[in-house]
Design a protein around this ligand. Sequence first.
Ligand code: GBH
Length: 460
Amino acid sequence: MNQQFSESFIWGSATSSYQVEGAWKEDGKGPSIWDVFCLIPGKVYEGDTGEIACDHYHHITEDVALMKAMGLKAYRFSIAWSRILPAGRGVENQQGIDFYNRLINELLAAGIEPWVTLYHWDLPAALEFEIDGWLSTEIADIFAAYASICFEHFGDRVKNWITINEAWVISILGYGHGVFAPGKKSNDLPYVAGHNLLLAHAKAVNVYRTKFQQQQKGVIGITNNCDFREPLTDSIADKEAAQRALEFFLAWFADPVYKGDYPAVMKQRLNNRLPTFTEAEKTLLKGSSDFFGLNHYTTMYACDATNNKKEGSVYGNGGLSEDQDVNLSISPDWKLTDMQWAIVPWGCKKILQWIAERYDNPPIFITENGGAFDDKLIDGKVDDVERVAFFKGYISAIGEAIDTGVNIKGYFIWSLLDNFEWASGYAKKFGIHYVEKDSLHRIPKSSALWYAGVIAKNAV
Ligand code: GBH
């Protein structure tokens, strides 16, 4: 079906600092928890690291040219905190600031809007050693001070800010399952880290709004990830289970931002394992996002698991399964990506409708969506037909959501380049540009050419 989007719809693509930059200790950059995590044997597939990654640090001119060739309207990238503040706080590193100035200026010269994420998982290692990172009650203020430096240096040109990328992943995979940095395994710590991430977001937004927004006239928000949960059957128990799963996944972070507190179901089930906000913190949180940033990748069926608990997968039940009493499954009919995530475009439409309903139809930007496929370079070309089909399906579903009244303003493909896919190393490829090993030569895949057509026509 043909879906037409408005002229003002923002078509973008996204990356993150650790996944693409490389130059891991160049020009005064301090180490991040991912630099260190990768050195621990067994943490990353085949011992891969982000030391070089796509060497975006030295390829920004070329990479901006790739974006311009596609007609991209916006580029979402993240700032490596330890390039700006090598020890996480204290002395600024001018060379790090210079790098992002160059990137921002090149983007603007190419007519591409910079969308800047302040934190995409690469915490300065000093803060992990010294204060226990996101577990510390000091971290929110330290993050807000770092954010303030970014607003001060870049806010004259950057008009779109994202504080934190995917607090759920940081909390659950970094502090629950321990498969991402800093690698802690616990049933309780995810809720502590999540709490501090929310406070860090709220404090950074407060700094922007009180000191910069009036003059710089940009917008600021948070990006959360959520996979959709469809009830396995029509039973009330399964419908409630799917709702519960979504609240533990997305409302965990979105309710505080839109309503000022955690969802009731989390408070009831977690009791004192869930930290509480003071009245002042609730006030700071409520209304702290100018837009709803959503990263969406996949869908699962949810059914009630009261009295029937199953072990969760690595990625778990969108949280810690024993806290939710939900079992997840997929249909054998669904096609899978190379990450084994199911391709279910209608789940994207439904999560968008769920957000519109629960949060009073906020402006939504899909800040990531994409799929890993086993791409093959043949005769200098990568004909990634499965990825094109993936994007056709998801972008059409987004168009359908808009037709039902959901206020979606933009869409960012994950990712611009094949890059360091965290614990999967370079084995999983999400890019619309192929990056040749060793030469690091970039080749637009069929999906990049196809996306250029979508952007040109504002239609899929
Ligand atoms: C994003 O997170 C990250 O922001 C980005 O850095 C990363 O490269 C990209 O996605 C691709 O991984 O196992 O079927 O239950 C993705 C968040 C959360 C999406 C877990 C998939 C598990 C699906 N992911 N979810 S499943």
